[in-house]
Design a protein around this ligand. Structure first.
Ligand code: NAD
Length: 272
């Protein structure tokens, strides 16, 4: 937590982090609060988990509240934005982070599993980004708060570019997020709204616990990570803070991979 007397990069800004109640979202929420943002911790299911994140932030002198909404449901997203305007007047930063995996081989993939992952991971990001962009345009510039009128950060994945057998619904949702992000960035730039993605590699969170919680699994996973360590939510929180800050004011329409080199085709390091 930054000293309250020192410069904080997100001071006087309101940030919504979807799925902020666990994993990467919780890491981003804490990192943004430490930089002075008032953070809205969105959650879909566990109010208790969301309140733990809020408490962790407020205990350190930060500002946070929890708001429930299923990002795949338009009426719930609209109600969440109404509540944000009522409580905080506006929004400056959206972190489109909510995401799920429902794995299956391609041959066994049901329409239900396909649709559920697309609904949460892709349609959820569309709905929240549209409402955030509408709010940014309605409010207009606030140059004393931030150079950009609004900032949208989409949580993508290395699977935006790396195909993933057994996870076609997830990989498709992340590939879709790339074009969603870039098309929004192109269209919204004249409004001084910046849109970018973060592509995490393997980060220790509940979504992929099977991939890192035993020593054997972690060892196998590390063969995919040239940098030699599995990532932590804070690694992504740090990138999100920078992307949302004025230090990144000329950055829009790009994905920053924070993956310890997972996108460097590590299989070719000694085999080409
Ligand atoms: P996680 O399971 O801890 O977090 C996912 C969050 O999304 C949870 O807070 C969950 O409650 C929320 N969520 C699920 N369905 C929702 C819905 N319908 N509405 C609102 N919120 C909903 O896992 P995580 O690893 O922290 O995942 C966060 C994001 O990071 C996801 O988009 C995921 O695809 C992405 N990601 C994670 C990794 C990794 O290695 N952990 C790698 C690449 C990308």
């Amino acid at each position: 937590m930054a000293d309250s007397s020192s410069f904080q990069r997100l001071q006087h800004q309101i940030a919504l982090v979807t799925g902020g109640s666990s994993g990467i979202g919780a890491g981003v929420a804490k990192a943004m609060a430490a930089e002075g943002a008032t953070v809205i911790v969105n959650y879909a299911h566990s109010a208790e988990e969301a309140q733990e994140v809020v408490a962790a932030i407020t205990e350190k002198g930060g500002k946070a509240v929890a708001i429930k909404a299923d990002v795949s449901k338009e009426d719930e997203v609209l109600a969440m934005f109404d509540q944000i305007r009522e409580q905080f007047q506006t929004l400056h930063i959206l972190v489109n982070n909510s995401g799920i995996q429902q794995d299956s081989t391609f041959l066994e993939m049901t329409l239900e599993k396909w649709q559920k992952v697309i609904d949460v991971n892709l349609t959820g990001q569309f709905l929240c980004a549209r409402e955030a962009a509408r709010e940014f345009v309605r409010r207009g510039p606030q140059p004393d708060v931030s150079k950009a009128t609004g900032k949208i950060i989409c949580m993508s994945s290395v699977h935006e570019v790396i195909p993933w057998a057994g996870h076609v619904n997830y990989a498709t949702s992340k590939g879709g997020i790339m074009q969603l992000m870039k098309s929004m960035a192109q269209e919204l730039a004249p409004h001084k709204i910046r849109v970018n993605s973060i592509g995490p590699g393997a980060i220790k969170t509940p979504i992929n616990h099977e991939a890192w919680e035993t020593p054997e699994a972690a060892e196998k996973l590390l063969t995919l990570i040239p940098y030699g360590r599995i990532g932590e939510p804070q690694d992504i929180g740090d990138v999100a803070v920078w992307l949302a800050s004025d230090e990144a004011d000329y950055v829009t329409g790009t994905t920053i991979f924070a993956d310890g080199g997972m996108t460097l085709y590590p299989g070719f390091a000694d085999n080409g």
